[in-house]
Design a protein around this ligand. Structure first.
Ligand code: NAD
Ligand code: DAU
Length: 359
């Protein structure tokens, strides 16, 4: 029913949102592999979260195999033109508005990008279907809602999204599955837990806390800090996606997780302790003193936990990084990337984008 895709069948892989956190790590990961021989067309609108600097070295090292196009997935004709110009034969779709707090303040862009943008890609993919070998949709465990103290999200857990972000992702998941059932589009889906690692925009918990802690600023913890997330090192997520792209059965969803359920407060404490060891605080006071409990996020999901046994048993994937080793790597990356941090914080990278691609 679903023969494995040979590596050389991905001649022209369209990656959407490739200048964001996971997308840029995924492109970097692919170029480090000997079993990927194709060309990547990275389409990114370059919102506040998209930073082409993340891939400047890749663009320089692989000029014939890496193409960047600044474009909005909501712009149907631009997407059509890109599919046709580069003879796209596979899609790995990351582009999204991704931050829950922003979706609570201003949900409109989540509806457009996450739902309408995905719909556009599906329509165009359908129109080039005989030559399209795979459409992989990157999604989130948040579509399943919130767990109590027990239990795990499985692929057959009913969808109960609670934020505008997760509702928009749930909607896009349904569209993707519908295009498989109705039109036979060769789709796969992955629903993953919280990622962390290099190049994550400092609005998400881990990079926000790292940067604030290095500057001696308060470390905001929502509510009682006992909400639980499952954490996965971003490179392990990239490896899972590559595994599913090549070997996943079409029409199937695969949950991806890190086997690392941790309360937010414990993460923040661990970051403080590790940073104290790696970069002793100037004033001498331990960084835990910066922890500040603040108002809770509206509709804050209490607990996420993932059962990824389908991906493990069917396709042989398991995470390689423990939370302790992954966190140490991540902190070390942020400590040594002063220029990247300065550009992101000062907005200087946006000035650079405007110079390169216009406002
Ligand atoms: P991100 O916010 O860091 O990056 C998103 C990228 O998409 C940015 O480069 C942005 O410029 C681009 N983009 C946004 N709107 C666009 C549009 N209309 N057209 C083209 N490009 C656009 O997000 P991320 O954390 O890298 O997440 C990537 C994907 O993975 C998302 O689909 C997200 O739902 C999913 N996901 C994320 C996590 C996580 O922990 N970060 C976990 C599971 C799933
Ligand atoms: O589970 C996968 C999801 O993980 C992805 O789909 C999302 O794109 C990604 O942003 C992430 O969502 P979360 O809302 O879980 O991540 P965030 O880093 O925003 O928050 C993690 C937890 O920490 C959450 O319980 C809220 C809390 N938090 C967050 C921030 C930014 C704080 O306590 N303080 C903070 O300042």
């Amino acid at each position: 029913m679903n023969p494995q895709i040979k590596n050389n069948e991905f001649k022209n892989l369209l990656v959407t949102g490739g200048c964001g956190f996971i997308g840029s790590n995924f492109i970097r990961y692919l170029f480090s592999r000997s079993d990927f021989e194709g060309r990547i067309i990275n389409v990114d609108k370059l919102t506040y979260a998209g930073n082409p600097e993340n891939l400047a070295d890749i663009a320089e090292a692989h000029p014939s195999r890496y193409i960047f196009r600044q474009a909005d997935i909501c712009d149907f004709s631009s997407m059509e033109e890109i599919f046709s110009q580069y003879a796209v034969d596979a899609v790995c779709h990351f582009a999204a508005e991704s931050h829950v707090d922003r979706s609570i303040r201003d949900p409109g862009s989540f509806i457009f990008t996450n739902i309408v943008g995905t719909f556009n890609l599906l329509e165009i993919a359908k129109s080039v279907m005989p030559s399209l070998v795979r459409f992989h949709h990157v999604s989130t465990d948040e579509v399943y809602g919130s767990l109590g103290p027990q239990g795990l999200f499985r692929e057959d857990t009913p969808y109960r999204p609670n934020s505008p972000y997760s509702a928009s992702k749930a909607s896009s998941d349904h569209l993707v599955r519908a295009y498989f059932k109705t039109f036979g589009l060769p789709v796969t889906l992955s629903n993953c837990s919280n990622n962390y690692g290099p190049y994550q925009f400092p609005e998400k918990l881990i990079p926000l806390v790292v940067l604030n802690a290095l500057e001696g600023k308060p470390l905001p913890v929502y509510g009682d800090g006992k909400n639980v997330r499952d954490w996965l090192y971003v490179e392990d997520h990239c490896d899972a996606i590559w595994t599913i792209l090549r070997k996943g059965r079409t029409g199937e969803t695969y949950n991806v997780g890190g086997n690392a359920e941790i309360e937010n407060i414990v993460i923040v404490q661990q970051i403080c302790d590790l940073l104290d060891e790696m970069v002793p605080p100037k004033g001498g006071a331990p960084r835990r003193t910066l922890i500040t409990f603040v108002s809770d996020r509206p509709g804050h999901d209490r607990r996420y936990a993932i059962d990824f046994s389908k991906l493990r048993d069917e396709l042989g994937w398991t995470p390689t990084e423990s939370f302790t080793s992954g966190l140490r790597k991540t902190l070390s990356w942020y400590i040594h990337q002063k220029a990247w941090i300065e550009h992101v914080k000062s907005g200087a990278y946006r000035t650079w984008i405007c110079e390169q691609y216009g406002p």
